[in-house]
Design a protein around this ligand. Structure first.
Ligand code: GLP
Length: 221
């Protein structure tokens, strides 16, 4: 595991964008594991700019997103489907058939999602943010590490943290479908970006604490 510390949040995230761009440059049909949240937005902006300038080409790139809320329409601007459309998919030449997110229909398509990742040859580079409770994707603190894609019941802390996007905490979906820790660990390279004071404890516990499913990101050690 390598650590890099940057002057500000934008630089940290753009550095992750550099790694993704390098991956696409090396291998045109790369499989990207993508994340939502505020943290990765500067990386998507960088990738979009490099695409506009002809530096990178998404024509053969395949993508798999970490997670989606259960029971939220994909057209709802608060869905992760809509987030990805807005910040990346509508801006580059990714083919719709090469873009994948969990449907958010509950357990029904979890196995199919894992199979699709496997059939694509696995994830070359996985981008991650981190929850302030140490979650990655929507893998919440738990008694065990999860393996594959699964339905998660969100913790009160995550509902509160994500309420800023909704009208109130009551409107935050209570469940999500998330890739498991096993899916994330199977990626050939994992890049986690953490910014802001409210992530400091999660970062410390991830790097210096014991490896425990109570701090899901600690598995990266
Ligand atoms: C959500 C997502 C995570 C993300 C986290 C932090 O819970 N499921 O993938 O890492 O939010 O988001 P932010 O980057 O906005 O702090």
């Amino acid at each position: 595991m390598e650590f890099h510390v940057y002057e500000n949040a934008r630089a940290a995230c753009e550095a992750a964008g550099v790694l993704i761009a390098a991956q696409i440059t090396r291998k045109g049909d790369s499989v990207l594991g993508l994340a939502t949240g505020s943290t990765p937005i500067p990386a998507y902006e960088m990738l979009t700019q490099w695409y506009d300038r002809g530096v990178i080409d998404f024509d053969r790139v395949r993508t798999f997103n970490l997670d989606e809320y259960v029971g939220i329409d994909h057209k709802n601007p608060l869905s992760y489907h809509a987030f990805m459309q807005e910040h990346l998919f509508s801006k580059v030449n990714l083919r719709p058939e090469n873009v994948h997110l969990p449907s958010g229909n509950g357990a029904a398509d979890a196995e199919a999602y894992d199979k699709a990742i496997h059939d694509a040859g696995g994830i070359d580079i996985q981008l991650l943010g981190i929850g302030r409770n140490g979650h990655i994707g929507f893998n919440e603190p738990a008694d065990d590490f999860t393996y594959g894609t699964h339905v998660v019941t969100l913790t009160a802390d995550t509902i509160e943290a994500n309420a800023r996007f909704f009208k109130s905490a009551d409107e935050v979906p209570r469940q999500a479908v998330s890739m498991g820790i096993g899916n994330i660990m199977a990626a050939k390279c994992v890049v986690l970006v953490a910014t802001g004071e409210n992530k400091a404890k999660a970062v410390r516990d991830t790097i210096r604490g014991p490896i425990t499913p109570r701090v899901p990101a600690s598995v990266l050690q």
